[in-house]
Design a binder for this molecule. Structure first.
Ligand code: FMN
Length: 200
């Protein structure tokens, strides 16, 4: 019996948490308690990374806290309109160099962004388990994030994250409301190939 959750059907048996996680836009406007946010970040901490370099860095602002308006102001209008009701906003950075055993100083990391992405995935899955949907975003001003958040040279601004308790979709803009449902995925056979990349 194929697993269906949120109108999403898995082709193969998986833990339901992968289908349960999705990215809504309707949030309830309540701040995420700091301890809950730390639990989500703790999960991200245990993501795997090349040479255990842990290149992720998370900057955060809790709703209506001292950094809230600055983080909200980085977003493009289309994201700001719904993110104003999120319970926390985060900016995910990755460090582009790492220490490698046996090598002097820092060397470029091939996978810093990729590893930070694993951290984001762990964060999002933990958050959803706690009843807090998280929503990744690249719709923000990365240059301003870099400058205004004091990001050191050698770090890449990867994405922002909105997280919070689910709110009433009726309060969303019409276009956001129309998209407020879990989406699906292309078939596994279009993403996975045994051996070399297919020629056709
Ligand atoms: C790195 C990243 C950037 C994204 N940027 C945006 C964004 O700027 N605005 C937005 O509304 N959704 C954004 N999304 C959400 C994706 O559209 C969403 O994850 C995708 O459609 C899959 O849907 P699901 O997360 O509900 O499974 C982003 C997601 C990721 C992971």
């Amino acid at each position: 019996m194929p697993l269906t959750v949120n109108n999403r059907t898995a082709e193969h048996p998986i833990d339901p948490m992968f289908l349960e996680r999705w990215s809504p836009r309707a949030y309830d406007g309540q701040p995420v308690p700091r301890e809950d946010l730390m639990t989500m970040l703790e999960a991200a901490r245990w993501a795997p990374s090349s040479y255990n370099s842990q290149p992720w860095r998370f900057l955060y602002a809790i709703k209506d806290g001292p950094h809230w308006e600055r983080f909200l102001g980085l977003l493009v209008e289309g994201n700001r309109t719904w993110c104003k009701n999120a319970g926390a906003l985060l900016v995910l950075l990755s460090k582009s160099t790492m220490a490698v055993p046996g090598k002097e100083g820092e060397v470029p990391s091939h996978s810093h962004s990729h590893d930070a992405g694993a951290g984001w995935a762990y964060f999002a899955l933990q958050a959803m388990r706690m009843g807090y949907p998280a929503h990744g975003m690249v719709g923000f001003d990365m240059d301003r994030a870099f400058a205004e958040l004091g990001v050191p040279i050698g770090y890449r601004v990867e994405q922002m994250i909105a997280v919070g308790r689910r709110g009433d979709p009726a309060l969303l803009s019409e276009s956001a409301r129309a998209r407020e449902q879990p989406n699906t995925r292309r078939p596994l056979s279009e993403s996975v190939f045994e051996g070399a990349f297919p020629t056709s």
